[in-house]
Design a protein around this ligand. Structure first.
Ligand code: PGA
Length: 242
């Protein structure tokens, strides 16, 4: 893992944007898999601005996603809602292809199989990740085996609370399950970017970088992987001792 230490949220967004923009500019048919939530909002704003200013051409780019909540497709918290409201509805260009997991599918196992086949057909250049306060990546919650492959995950309580806060919804409205890429598919991307900002992530960052590599802290598994870049701001790095 390579670590990039930056000042704040804006710098984390900019550094990540620059890496992704380079990949998009230097590839004939780039494939970028995004994450959603509070962490990448600034990154999406930069993408929208640069696409609409003709600084970034995504017409040959395939865009897909790390995960999707199980629930109605138009719920405020879904990855689909986020991707349309923060990117696809705001840009004056169309990506070459868009892939989303259907979290409303009646047959979730068939949906998982179809997405899994799509991933094989569309090797990813970049997988963007956020970090859960409990160390999760995607919905690979603490305790998930390091050889996980795309699966239907149950959220930890801390993850449900983060979703409630992020999308201003009540406990009964909050989703409890999510289809997520496993460690296997996450690490199959050429480059994995783990973005982390804020003091509330500081303990998780310390566990990822200075604790044992253990299923109790899912992202610790990324530490000795050469294709991972972790972009960390000062507040998130504040508990590091080394
Ligand atoms: P957040 O979530 O970006 O909303 O903090 C990160 C994550 O759980 O992956």
């Amino acid at each position: 893992m390579k670590t990039i230490f930056v000042k704040d949220y804006n710098d984390m967004s900019q550094v990540t944007y620059d890496i992704i923009a380079e990949v998009i500019k230097n590839n004939e048919a780039p494939s970028i898999s995004m994450t959603t939530g509070g962490t990448p909002r600034g990154l999406f704003e930069l993408m929208v601005k640069n696409i609409n200013d003709n600084q970034l051409d995504i017409s040959k780019t395939t865009i897909l996603n790390l995960d999707e909540y199980v629930g109605p497709q138009d719920a405020p918290y879904t990855v689909r809602t986020f991707m349309y409201s923060k990117l696809y509805d705001l840009i004056q260009q169309t990506p070459k292809a868009i892939f989303l997991i259907n979290g409303a599918a009646t047959d979730i196992e068939a949906e998982i199989q179809a997405y899994s086949e799509m991933l094989v057909a569309n090797p990813r250049d970049v997988q963007v990740l956020g970090l859960g306060t409990n160390g999760h990546i995607g919905a690979n919650e603490p305790g998930t085996a390091f050889d996980s492959t795309i699966f239907l995950a149950q959220h930890d309580e801390s993850t449900i609370e983060s979703t409630m806060k992020e999308y201003k919804i009540s406990r009964s409205e909050a989703p409890t399950e999510m289809v997520t890429l496993g460690f296997t598919e996450i690490l199959a991307a050429k480059q994995v970017i783990l973005m982390v900002s804020g003091a509330h992530k500081a303990e998780a960052v310390r566990n990822v970088l200075e604790g044992p590599i253990t299923e109790a802290c899912p992202a610790s598994f990324l530490r000795d992987k050469e294709n991972v870049i972790m972009v960390i701001d000062e507040a998130a790095a504040s508990l590091l001792t080394k």
